[in-house]
Design a protein around this ligand. Structure first.
Ligand code: ZN
Length: 181
């Protein structure tokens, strides 16, 4: 028996089952091996056989969706791994620079820690490493930073620019807000 792949056009068969005389439905054997009946009535008649051959070179919709879902799972796992790495770095940093534990819901805590770590390290780079601040200037800001323990405040600042942290920290109303909100 001849293998079906020896002739690409053999993967495509017009089907006249529903409307004799006008080929609108095509049976396509996809690259994944699945045989699917496609209604091509929304395509121009002279384009149908070409489109059916194009389909034959591709996976069927079910296989395509399964592959896409697998990609999504892989991407989610990658994101979770990156987040865990960032979290570990944030915890290590907080310990090293004597940053107080944050207050908030469990989900807000981890997110707040990552946000604080990212913003404060970005601020140090902008103001000290690449800016005009000296360590004494920074120490003043760092004290202020230590007084802001509400995880939600840090989450709200997650998109802030490092250079804007002094203004934001100065206007932070740390004393009157409910830290558990
Ligand atoms: Zn398939």
């Amino acid at each position: 028996m001849k293998p079906q792949t020896s002739n690409p056009t053999s993967n495509v068969t017009p089907s006249n089952r529903n409307s004799p005389g006008v080929k609108t439905a095509w049976t396509v054997i996809h690259s994944c091996g699945h045989e699917v009946l496609h209604n091509l009535s929304d395509r121009a008649a002279d384009r149908r056989s070409g489109f059916a051959r194009w389909l034959a070179g591709r996976e069927c919709t079910d296989c395509w969706k399964a592959a896409r879902d697998a990609d999504t799972v892989a991407k989610d796992q990658w994101l979770a791994a990156r987040r865990a790495e960032e979290q570990a770095a944030a915890v290590e940093w907080a310990e090293r620079f004597d940053m107080p534990p944050l207050e908030g819901s469990e989900r807000a805590l981890a997110w707040g820690e990552r946000s604080r770590f990212q913003l404060v390290t970005a601020a140090y780079t902008a103001l000290v490493s690449e800016g005009t601040w000296d360590e004494a200037d920074w120490a003043v800001l760092e004290d202020k930073i230590r007084s802001i323990s509400r995880a939600g405040w840090w989450i709200d600042q997650r998109d802030a620019d490092g250079a804007d942290l002094p203004d934001a920290a100065t206007s932070a109303d740390v004393g009157t807000e409910n830290p558990h909100r």
